[in-house]
Design a protein around this ligand. Structure first.
Ligand SMILES: O=C(O)CCC(=O)C(=O)O
Ligand SMILES: [Fe+2]
Length: 316
C-alpha cells in the first residue's frame, strides 16, 4: 500500500490473489475497501497482465489514431448493423465539449467489432487485452463482494452476463490556449472501470472538492467504481466524479467498462439499509432506463448543467 502522499490514490499489489497467503489477501482487500470509501479510485499493480502488452496496445492505438481521418472513418460497422453504440472509430461531435476521438470494441466473440487494416497487430493485441481485463475485473468484483459482506458470489451471480462489456481506446487532442477539456466531469454508470494510459497524464478524480491528478505509472491499471456499486451499497462505496484535462500533446488511454445487463433492477441492498437500520438513499430502477436517460444527455445535451442526469436522479 502507498498512502504516504495524501493527495494520491492508493496503490494495491494484487499478487497475493495469485500466489499469496490469506493474510496478505485480507490486507490488500482492506486497502481496496478503504480506497473505495475514500476515493472510489485505486491503482493496481501485479494484476497479471504483462505491462508490455499494455504498452503495446497504447503504441498500436497511437499508430491507428495517427492515420489520416479518411482512413479512420472507414473503420465503422456496415450500414444496417445494430448496437447501442457503433463499434469502431468515432469522433466526439463538433458541439461536444469533449475533445477526443475513440475506437470501441465489444465482446470479441460477438463478431460486431471492426478493425482497420493498419496497424495489422491491433486486433490481436486489443482482443488479448480485452480478455485479460475482463478476468481482472471479475477478480476485483469478487474482492468487492467480500468487503461488502455479501454472500459468496452474490455479485457474480447478479452480474453473470458478460455480454454488455465494451472497451474504448481514446485519443485526446492537445489543449489549445483557451481550453483544455478532454472529457467532462462525470461518474461511470457501470459496476467498475479499468483504465490504462500513456505517460501524458490528465486524468483527475474529485475528492472533497479538490481535483486529484492520477499520475501515469507504466504497467499499472486504474480502477474506479461505477454508480451500480454506489447504489447497491447505499453510498458507502463511491462512484467518484472524474474528468480528463488535455495537455500539450495528444494523450492515449484505454477504458474497459465492466457492465451489467440492462434488465437488472438496482436498489440499495438490505445489508446497507434494513439490516443496519438505515433508510435507502435511492429508489429502485431498471439499469436500462438509466442508460437510456444518460444516452439522451449525450445526444440532446441540456442547456443547464443541473439538468444532466446522474444517478442522483433516483435519490430519495
Ligand atoms: O481516458 C481516461 O483516462 C478516462 C476515461 C473515462 O473516464 C471514461 O471513458 O469514462
Ligand atoms: Fe469515466
Amino acid at each position: 500500500m502507498n498512502c504516504e502522499a495524501k493527495n494520491t490514490i492508493p496503490t494495491v499489489d494484487l499478487s497475493p490473489f495469485f500466489n499469496g497467503d490469506e493474510n496478505e489477501r485480507q490486507l490488500a482487500t482492506a486497502t481496496i475497501a478503504e480506497a473505495c470509501q475514500t476515493y472510489g479510485f485505486f491503482r493496481i499493480i501485479n494484476h497479471g497482465i504483462p505491462p508490455k502488452l499494455l504498452s503495446q496496445a497504447l503504441d498500436l492505438s497511437k499508430q491507428f489514431f495517427a492515420l489520416p481521418d479518411v482512413d479512420k472513418q472507414k473503420v465503422k460497422p456496415m450500414e444496417g448493423s445494430k448496437g447501442l453504440l457503433p463499434a469502431g472509430y468515432a469522433r466526439q461531435p463538433e458541439h461536444s465539449k469533449d475533445k477526443n476521438e475513440y475506437f470501441l470494441v465489444f465482446v470479441p466473440d460477438f463478431g460486431l467489432n471492426v478493425y482497420p487494416d493498419q496497424p495489422t497487430e491491433l486486433k490481436r493485441v486489443i482482443e488479448d487485452c480485452y480478455t485479460r481485463l475482463e478476468e481482472v475485473a471479475s477478480l476485483i468484483q469478487e474482492i468487492i463482494n467480500n468487503f461488502m459482506g455479501l454472500p459468496p458470489n452474490f455479485l457474480k451471480e447478479y452480474n453473470q452476463s458478460r455480454n454488455m462489456e465494451f472497451m474504448t481506446a481514446i485519443r485526446y487532442f492537445p489543449a489549445t490556449e483557451t481550453e483544455n477539456n478532454g472529457l467532462s466531469a462525470h461518474e461511470d454508470s457501470n459496476c467498475l472501470t479499468l483504465i490504462f494510459q500513456d505517460d501524458v497524464g490528465g486524468l483527475e478524480v474529485l475528492k472533497d472538492a479538490d481535483w486529484i491528478p492520477i499520475e501515469p505509472i507504466e504497467g499499472s491499471i486504474i480502477v474506479n467504481l461505477g454508480d451500480i456499486i454506489q447504489v447497491l451499497s447505499n453510498n458507502k462505496f463511491k462512484s467518484a466524479t472524474h474528468r480528463v484535462i488535455r495537455k500539450a500533446t495528444h494523450r492515449h488511454s484505454f477504458s474497459f467498462f465492466f457492465n451489467l445487463d440492462g434488465d437488472k433492477w438496482i436498489e440499495p441492498l438490505p445489508q446497507f439499509t434494513t439490516d443496519i437500520g438505515e433508510s435507502p438513499k435511492y429508489r429502485g430502477f431498471h439499469y436500462e432506463e438509466y442508460i437510456q436517460l444518460r444516452a439522451h444527455n449525450k445526444t440532446h445535451p441540456p442547456s443547464r448543467p443541473e439538468d444532466i442526469i446522474h444517478v442522483t436522479h433516483y435519490s430519495i
